[in-house]
Structures are given as structure tokens and as C-alpha cells.
Write a protein that binds this ligand. Structure first.
Ligand SMILES: [Zn+2]
Length: 116
């Protein structure tokens, strides 16, 4: 009984603590991830649903964009670097107790994508 309740506690998202933590939640659905995606989308000057909205899951968000294939490829690079960063920042929070503010994470994503 005690063991079971500990496990349920462990399943809660380590960022928001509101929902069960699975990879979709961590990368897209968490309010913390949503804040990052919104900023990335603003930075790219993109309107329309960002990858954190349910109707535009990740890769579909890129496919539905207007623009050249080259531009879409670029957005895709940013998309993957954003996912990598979200994962990395989450791990450093859990394992090292370090927590970056969203603007700082955004800087890291921009650096990673080699454009600004
Ligand atoms: Zn969460």
C-alpha cells in the first residue's frame, strides 16, 4: 500500500506536478513545455498551432506550414533541437536540481539551431 502510493507520486510530472509524466506530456503537453514552444514559434515568426497543441502534433505542425521546403527543413531542425533541449533541461532539474528560466532555455535552443 505504502509502496503503491510512492509509485503514484513518482509518476507525477516533475515540472508541473499536475499530471502523469509521459514523453508526450514532458515534450508537448506540460504547461512548461507549452511556454517554450510558444516562444520558439514566436521566434520563428510562425502563426498557427505550435507542436504543443493537440491538433498539431510535432511533425504535422511542420507539414502544415506555408513556405519553401528549405524553410520547413529549418523549422524541423529547430523542432528537434527544442525537443532535445526540453528533455535535457528536465533531466538537469531532476538529477542536478538545476532549473533554467524559459528565456534562458530559449537561448540554448537558438544556439543549438545555429541561427539567430
Ligand atoms: Zn507537467
Amino acid at each position: 500500500m505504502v509502496h503503491r502510493s510512492v509509485q503514484i507520486g513518482d509518476l507525477a510530472c516533475s515540472s508541473c506536478g499536475l499530471e502523469e509524466e509521459d514523453s508526450d506530456h514532458i515534450l508537448f503537453l506540460c504547461m512548461w513545455a507549452k511556454a517554450i514552444w510558444l516562444n520558439v514559434w514566436n521566434w520563428l515568426n510562425l502563426t498557427g498551432p505550435d507542436p504543443s497543441s493537440i491538433e498539431a502534433k510535432a511533425i504535422h505542425a511542420v507539414k502544415s506550414l506555408n513556405g519553401s521546403n528549405q524553410w520547413k527543413q529549418l523549422v524541423e531542425v529547430v523542432l528537434f533541437s527544442t525537443m532535445r533541449k526540453i528533455w535535457k533541461y528536465r533531466n538537469s532539474k531532476i538529477f542536478e536540481g538545476r532549473w533554467e528560466a524559459v528565456p534562458k532555455m530559449l537561448d540554448g535552443i537558438k544556439e543549438d539551431s545555429c541561427m539567430d
